[in-house]
Structure formats: structure tokens, C-alpha cells
Design a protein around this ligand. Structure first.
Ligand SMILES: CCCCCCCCCCCCCC(=O)SCCNC(=O)CCNC(=O)[C@H](O)C(C)(C)COP(=O)(O)OP(=O)(O)OC[C@H]1O[C@@H](n2cnc3c(N)ncnc32)[C@H](O)[C@@H]1OP(=O)(O)O
Ligand SMILES: CCCCCCCC/C=C\CCCCCCCC(=O)OC[C@@H](O)COP(=O)(O)O
Length: 274
């Protein structure tokens, strides 16, 4: 008897889920984000044996990129890449891009050049299978709480970029930022480019605000533009030029970000100045 009551309660609860999903935006948001994380975890489990054949190698980023590219379709996110011709064809460079949320992974995988690895916070290493895949893909980890260590890892990266023909992707805001604008940029990426004497390639991912908002628990289908801006050379620049370079890149990115926001979501109010 108890079993039947339990089963009936469970069946009722299961039947209620689609109704809840239909009626409650928050529930839908959590389901979608939960599935996003769970799906990536599952993809990571698929990626591990494939990547392990090579060991830790930046070429594994091609496998990771290939495995991730369908995810946007599951969420009805249409992505368009503009300015891909700006990627320098055969040389190392530092990509810098804005960082709004973990959805940036989709935009990143849409344009990630060959032999390009992200710089990521160390905590990602401890995310089970995802951490293992990041390690196998050659992702460079930094401990953000230890500036000195982070800087020496970046200095090592400058050397690796040149000796092993590797490109690096950095989120210069240093953390995710949902504000609808851009945080001040940290200078690590620009020091890295100047130390290696390689160009900086800015990439702007358009605002998610019209289809995704963590605060409002809103996540619908939508459109996202990924714009590659013209590279900035650093040949001949030294450490004293880094602050001006940083500001120049940020200004160009902010201008492109605001133009994209106005184009994709003309009714939204402009973000508060920072
Ligand atoms: C299939 C399954 C798939 C799964 C796939 C998963 C893919 C995952 C994708 C992962 C995506 C994950 C994405 C993520 O995880 S994003 C989070 C991690 N990323 C970052 O934080 C990157 C950006 N951060 C920086 O660049 C910071 O500057 C660092 C971290 C380096 C230090 O920050 P910190 O806050 O500690 O200090 P500070 O910025 O005040 O700097 C202090 C001083 O040092 C100077 N300085 C800085 N750097 C250098 C240098 N190199 N040489 C010489 N000097 C340097 C600097 O100018 C300043 O001096 P001054 O200018 O004030 O005089
Ligand atoms: C044994 C432990 C098992 C744990 C399992 C955890 C499962 C998690 C599964 C998938 C997570 C997929 C998310 C991929 C990472 C997205 C990259 C990202 O956006 O990193 C955040 C970082 O840029 C800024 O971090 P903060 O805003 O400073 O914070």
C-alpha cells in the first residue's frame, strides 16, 4: 500500500513538472542552466578518452571545439561571426574578449582559432571531468589570489606562445560580468602580448540581455554576434606602453559592444557609465 501511494505521488510530481516548466520562468531558467552544466559535463566525459590519446596538447582544443559547437542549437541561439578575416593567418597572438557568463563558452567555441588556448581560473581544474578536459586541452591556469604566481605563469605563456606556436585567449575583465557593459580591464593580457611582441586581437561578444539574464532568470532563444576587431600590433612596445594599449583596446571593444547592443536590441536602455 505504502509503495502504491509513493509511486502515485512520484507520478503526480513528474506530471506536474512540464506544467511548472511551462508556467514558471524561474523554473525554466534553472532547468536550462542545469542542463547546460550537465550536458557539458557529459561532453567532457566523451572528450576525455579522445583527448587522452594525445595527452596534454593544444591540438585537443579542436576536439573540445567540435564537441561543443552543437550546444547553441539546443538553446535556439543563433550566432553570427563578423570580421573573421582579421585573425592573423599564421602567427601567435593574444585574443581578448568580454566575459558575460558561462554562455561565453558557446561564442568562444564558435570562433576559437586553431592552436588557441584560454587562460582560466585555477578553480576550473577542480570541476571533475571538465577540469580534466581543460587540462588535456592545454588550458593555462592561473591562481587569481596570487598575483605574483599569475604573472609568472603569464611570463611562461609568452615563452610557450613563441616556442610552440600557440595563441592565447584572455578575458581581461578577469571575471564574469552581467552588467550589460564592460568592467575595467586587467593588464595581464597586454603585458603578455608586449612580452611576446605579438598582436592583440579583440573579440566582442554581443550582449545577452535580450535573451538571457541571470538576475531576471530569463533564458529564451536569441541572437548573438561575435565580432572580431582589427588586430593591434605590439612590435616595438615596452611595459610602459601597456596602460595606453589596454585603454585603446577597451575603448574599441566598448564602442563595438554598444553598437551591437543598439543593433540587436534597440529598445534597451544604454548601460550605466562605469
Ligand atoms: C567538452 C567539454 C568542454 C569544457 C570546456 C571548458 C573551457 C573553459 C574555458 C575557460 C574560460 C574561463 C575563463 C576564466 O576563468 S576568466 C578568469 C581568469 N582570467 C583572468 O583573470 C585573466 C585576466 N586577468 C589578468 O590579466 C590579471 O592582470 C592577472 C590575473 C594577471 C593578475 O591579476 P591581479 O588582480 O592579481 O592583479 P592586477 O591585474 O591588479 O595586476 C597587478 C600588477 O601586475 C601587473 N601585471 C599583470 N600581468 C603582468 C605580467 N604578465 N607581467 C608584468 N606585469 C603584470 C599589472 O599591470 C599590475 O600593475 P600596475 O599596472 O597596477 O602597475
Ligand atoms: C567532482 C566535482 C564535480 C563537479 C562537477 C561540476 C560540473 C560543472 C559542469 C560544467 C560546467 C561548465 C562550465 C564551464 C566553465 C565556464 C567558464 C567560466 O565561465 O568560468 C568562470 C570564470 O571565467 C569567471 O569566474 P568568476 O565569475 O570569477 O566566478
Amino acid at each position: 500500500m505504502e509503495v502504491t501511494v509513493g509511486t502515485a505521488a512520484l507520478a503526480l510530481a513528474l506530471l506536474a513538472l512540464p506544467v511548472l516548466y511551462e508556467r514558471s520562468g524561474s523554473f525554466r531558467f534553472f532547468c536550462k542552466m542545469g542542463f547546460y552544466n550537465g550536458w557539458i559535463l557529459l561532453l567532457a566525459l566523451v572528450a576525455i578518452p579522445l583527448c587522452a590519446l594525445r595527452g596534454r596538447d593544444v591540438e585537443n582544443m579542436k576536439i573540445i571545439r567540435g564537441l561543443m559547437q552543437h550546444v547553441k542549437h539546443l538553446y535556439g541561439i543563433r550566432m553570427a561571426v563578423r570580421g573573421a578575416q582579421h585573425f592573423p593567418p599564421r602567427q601567435p597572438y593574444v585574443v581578448v574578449s568580454n566575459h558575460q557568463s558561462s554562455l561565453d563558452l558557446l561564442g568562444m567555441m564558435e570562433v576559437l582559432p586553431d592552436r588557441c588556448v584560454p587562460i582560466a581560473k585555477r578553480e576550473l581544474l577542480y570541476m571533475g571531468a571538465v577540469g580534466v578536459v581543460c587540462w588535456l586541452g592545454g588550458i593555462i591556469f592561473i591562481d587569481r589570489k596570487r598575483t605574483h604566481d599569475a604573472i609568472s605563469v603569464m611570463a611562461e605563456a609568452a615563452h610557450t606562445m613563441l616556442s610552440q606556436d600557440v595563441r592565447v585567449w584572455v578575458f581581461p575583465e578577469g571575471t564574469r560580468n552581467h552588467s550589460g557593459s564592460m568592467l575595467p580591464f586587467k593588464r595581464g593580457a597586454f603585458h603578455l602580448a608586449v612580452q611576446a611582441q605579438v598582436p592583440v586581437v579583440p573579440i566582442v561578444i554581443s550582449s545577452y540581455q535580450h535573451f538571457y539574464s541571470k538576475q531576471e532568470r530569463r533564458f529564451t532563444a536569441g541572437q548573438c554576434v561575435i565580432q572580431v576587431l582589427p588586430p593591434l600590433p605590439t612590435r616595438g612596445l615596452g611595459p610602459a606602453d601597456v596602460p595606453a594599449l589596454t585603454e585603446r583596446v577597451r575603448a574599441a571593444m566598448l564602442e563595438a559592444f554598444e553598437a551591437l547592443s543598439a543593433e540587436l536590441c534597440p529598445t534597451a536602455p544604454p548601460p550605466a557609465p562605469q
